[in-house]
Write a protein that binds this ligand. Structure first.
Ligand SMILES: N[C@@H](CC(=O)c1ccccc1NC=O)C(=O)O
Length: 294
């Protein structure tokens, strides 16, 4: 019995180790390459765009965002994409999260890369509260934008989904998010409770439940019924990661939300987001199209 439980934990940990599923590189190499790629893209973005770095959205030291301004188009009435980085709520930061501004600022789109307090400094409730407050602050500071779009990767897709579930009556404004790209996300936190991912997070079952978008679909429907949602997953994400996206997509679709599922061929958990640095990438094009249409 104990052995069976141990086996199950091992398999769960493998399923929730994205680096072990890449067909491109060994596990350690794919993570190193991921961080290098995001950094390089962010440096490029800081070279091409006019930037507002470390803009506070709250009182906390980690409550800051980087804004990348469009290099063409009108000075008012441009769309803004808010990017929420991944890294299992314990790695990465806004410092390597500006890469998607490279193609977008050249198309007249602004990008805000939101920072939040990763574990062990931050816990799940705080991170969710921080990304929600960052959106409120953007609405207050950037009233001249034409529309707000969200994009999150991995743990950042989870946080973006939690933003869509927000009961804004508790806040000073009601943000209208026109579109959301949820890329290789986790929407049900229960399976990770018993894995290494939860070691720095220290979530209890109660915390995992109240922060699982899969449990909050009626809230999402109430707060974000007009939002165009894209649930994207990598062909070479693990079966568990793929199931997380498929199940969440189906739940959103069944509740009548405007949602599409994008299964991206020849990608893994890492390059599915890295490639947003390219103008011709399918998901970059889809994002630009969504901004044109909505
Ligand atoms: N143990 C995880 C590590 C991981 O997910 C990760 C590590 C560093 C930076 C980003 C990561 N994940 C997703 O963005 C893995 O196996 O991929």
């Amino acid at each position: 019995m104990l052995q069976e439980k141990e086996m199950k934990k091992d398999e769960l940990e493998r399923q929730y180790s994205p680096s072990q599923w890449s067909h491109r590189m060994a596990a350690d190499d794919v993570i190193k390459s991921h961080v290098a790629s995001l950094k390089e893209g962010t440096e490029r973005a800081r070279g091409v765009a006019k930037t507002l770095l470390d803009v506070p959205y709250g009182e906390g030291q980690g409550e800051k965002m980087d804004v990348y301004m469009p290099t063409t188009g009108p000075t008012e009435g441009y769309p803004l994409v808010i990017y929420i980085h991944g890294g299992y709520w314990q790695f990465l930061s806004k410092e390597e999260s500006g890469f998607m501004a490279v193609p977008l600022v050249q198309k007249g789109v602004a990008v805000a890369a939101v920072g939040y307090d990763i574990a062990p400094k931050g816990n799940m409730d705080l991170m969710v509260s921080q990304v929600r407050r960052s959106i409120v602050s953007i609405v207050q500071q950037y009233s001249h934008i034409s529309g707000m779009y969200l994009c999150g990767h991995s743990a950042g897709a989870h946080l973006a989904a939690m933003v869509l579930c927000t009961d804004w009556s508790q806040y000073s404004v009601t943000p209208r998010i026109k579109g959301a790209f949820l890329v290789s996300g986790i929407y049900d936190l229960l399976p990770i409770l018993s894995t290494y991912v939860n070691e720095p997070l220290k979530m209890t079952e109660e915390v995992a439940l109240r922060n699982s978008p899969s449990q909050l679909v009626p809230h999402l429907k109430h707060s974000s019924s007009a939002c165009h949602i894209v649930v994207a997953v990598a062909q070479n994400d693990s079966p568990e990661f793929r199931k997380q996206s498929e199940d969440f997509f189906k739940a959103l679709e069944s509740s009548g939300l405007k949602v599409i599922f994008e299964d991206i061929p020849d990608t893994d958990h890492f390059n599915i987001i890295e490639q947003f640095v390219d103008r011709d990438y399918h998901l970059t094009q889809l994002l630009l199209k969504l901004m044109d249409d909505s």
